[in-house]
Design a protein around this ligand. Structure first.
Ligand code: FES
Length: 583
């Protein structure tokens, strides 16, 4: 950083440190205890390192080490690094579900960035919810940022068998339920999280990581480098240097990068990799934070023209390490170039088109040409109808194609416990054409856990059935698969039509027509609605009460309504700079 930049009076941190008044004295003297001199604080930009490391979260367990590398990069470029530990949301550990904590962490991020003297920030996330929460909070704070993911884990061969990963666990569970007792579950348990790092297939974490490159907020090629790979440290140092550059130039700021082009590019990449349906919810929420109008219809429109070109699980064969070896996200962008907004800016300083131009596809079996996709047809589809007036999604690339057009009798479960109690009951009236319906699992009903991949009845699995149509207002793990219509909106708990379905009702799904229809007359549905009573709200205090009252429906991204929008607040920034908030 040259002297002119370092003395840039427009730096946000100057409000704290570059004044010879009482607040300047208090702020500088406070941080003298952290080792920073008056000269440092008055001349150098301040970079936040927001870290979601936790011992409870192996997906993020390498973030402290990456923060050290980042610190080096910041110092090399002339900045002052401050690492800030944040809540860590461990997907497999948090009960009953991690989902509500996304908005809580996003609020923590936003208020941390607003309250502290950062000029730019690096966001360190890995597991499913930490990534979108960091993005949402930083976008709302309008703070220039670089996102760096923890990187995928490196799966090992479970007991000499195939590489153990989360999708493999789902398949193993299916095998066990189908009566195959040869499965070595113990070996999977030992090896499935064999190293630090997030899930190594195109689950939610990998989907959000690659999306960050397409959005333009992560360094090109950074997302898929394994968590244990030394190259990730190099990216960390570069991210630190880059953050200092963003501080010096004042941007680009999130709202200058996260525009409609960026979201189109992100959705295009999501479709091309057969990514997680959870990313749909997160992108809708993020768009709401920066005032970009984005609807489910836009996802469907883009999905119609984007083939599945990344041969990665769960829609394809390989893990993300092969995708990286094939050229990673830059090579995917090169292949997708005709479908992208190539003039979109990125934190790298180049446009997305310039990044794509410089890339090479190294393995055309893993990154396929547009005219030789891994599977034909769209990877995800948005359906609507009298059962989902505001829409629902289905990941068609991970479903049995013969269920794309289906008509069957509903078997309704009021909640997930009822599924566990009844699914293997010999008295349950069900066959392979039945439609499994789970309700009261939406954003308000149960904080939208990943229950959408309902288990199939054991007796049908033993007969070789491997997929059935399932419909719910829940989400589904990004590592899972199956013909699951998810995110039905509005959800049952707020009176959506899903609440009115009864056992034996006929349901029709027609993916080609984008139609999800409950074959019950309007008059009968009106009668049922008259008799419907909302389930009691379970939370009477604290954050979960706030969540229940404020969470929006899935088609709007499940954010809190009061966090949407582009306006920051009504108080001019710097209004109280002449005062000390406390000592
Ligand atoms: Fe953390 Fe999959 S459990 S990314």
């Amino acid at each position: 950083m040259d002297d002119k930049q370092s003395k840039n009076p427009t730096l946000r941190s100057a409000r704290w440190f570059r004044k010879d008044d009482l607040p300047g004295f208090v702020h500088r003297s406070t941080l003298a205890a952290a080792g920073w001199s008056r000269e440092d604080l008055m001349t150098r930009p301040v970079i936040g390192i927001l870290d979601t490391w936790s011992e409870l979260n192996p997906c993020n367990l390498n973030l402290r080490a990456l923060a050290e590398e980042l610190r080096t990069g910041v110092l090399e470029a002339g900045g002052i690094p401050f690492e800030v530990p944040l809540m860590s949301i461990s997907e497999n550990i948090v009960k009953p579900t991690s989902f509500p904590l996304r908005n809580l962490l996003a609020m923590e991020v936003e208020e941390t960035l607003r309250g502290y003297p950062f000029d730019a920030v690096v966001l360190l996330g890995g597991c499913d919810k930490t990534q979108p929460a960091l993005l949402m909070g930083a976008a709302s704070a309008r703070m220039p940022f670089v996102f760096l993911a923890s990187g995928p884990a490196t799966p090992r061969s479970a007991g000499g068998g195939p590489l153990a990963n989360a999708t493999g666990v789902w398949r193993l569970v299916d095998q066990l339920r189908a009566g195959d007792s040869q499965c070595d579950f113990a070996a999977f348990e030992r090896d499935v999280m064999g190293t630090v790092g997030h899930c190594a297939e195109m689950g939610t974490a990998s989907s959000m990581s690659v999306i960050c490159e397409a959005l333009g907020v992560a360094l090109p090629g950074s997302s898929l480098v394994p968590a244990t790979d030394r190259r990730r440290s190099h990216f960390a140092r570069e991210a630190g240097r880059r953050a200092v550059g963003l501080a010096a130039s004042g941007g680009p700021r999130p709202e200058e990068i996260l525009d409609a082009r960026a979201f189109d590019n992100a959705i295009t990449l999501l479709c091309a990799v057969g990514g997680s349906t959870n990313a749909i919810i997160h992108l809708l929420a993020l768009a709401g934070r920066v005032g970009v109008p984005l609807s489910l219809d836009r996802f469907d429109a883009i999905a119609r023209r984007v083939p599945l070109i990344a041969n990665v699980q769960p829609a394809g064969e390989h893990l993300t390490e092969r995708l990286m070896a094939a050229g990673g996200v830059p090579a995917l962008l090169k292949t997708l170039a005709p479908l992208l907004h190539l003039d979109a800016p990125t934190v790298d300083g180049r446009t997305l088109g310039q990044i794509a131009e410089a890339a090479t596809v190294l393995d055309p079996e893993v990154i396929r040409p547009l005219d030789k996709p891994v599977k034909p047809g769209e990877t995800l589809v948005v359906v609507k109808g009298n059962l989902a007036p505001d829409g629902a999604v289905i990941k068609t690339c991970a479903a049995d194609p013969k269920l794309r057009r289906h008509r069957g009798r509903a078997v309704v479960f009021e909640d997930v416990q009822t599924v566990a109690d009844r699914i293997d009951d010999p008295a349950l009236d069900i066959d392979e054409d039945s439609v499994l319906v789970l309700r009261n699992a939406g954003p308000v009903g149960a904080a939208m856990p990943e229950w959408g991949m309902l288990p199939l009845p054991r007796r049908l699995m033993e007969r070789g059935v491997r997929d059935m149509l399932r419909i719910s207002d829940a989400r589904m793990s990004g590592t899972a698969y199956g013909a699951a219509v998810l995110h039905v909106s509005p959800e049952a708990a707020v009176g959506g039509p899903l609440a009115l379905v009864r056992d034996g009702d006929v349901i029709e799904l027609d993916v080609a027509q984008r139609r999800l229809h409950l074959c019950v007359s309007d008059e009968e549905l009106a009668r049922r609605r008259e008799a419907w009573k909302p389930p009691p709200r379970r939370h009477v205090r604290g954050y979960r009460k706030l969540y229940d009252a404020q969470v929006e429906q899935a088609h709007r991204g499940c954010d809190f309504g009061f966090l949407r929008g582009a306006d920051i607040d009504t108080l001019p920034e710097g209004l109280f700079d002449g005062w000390v908030g406390g000592w």
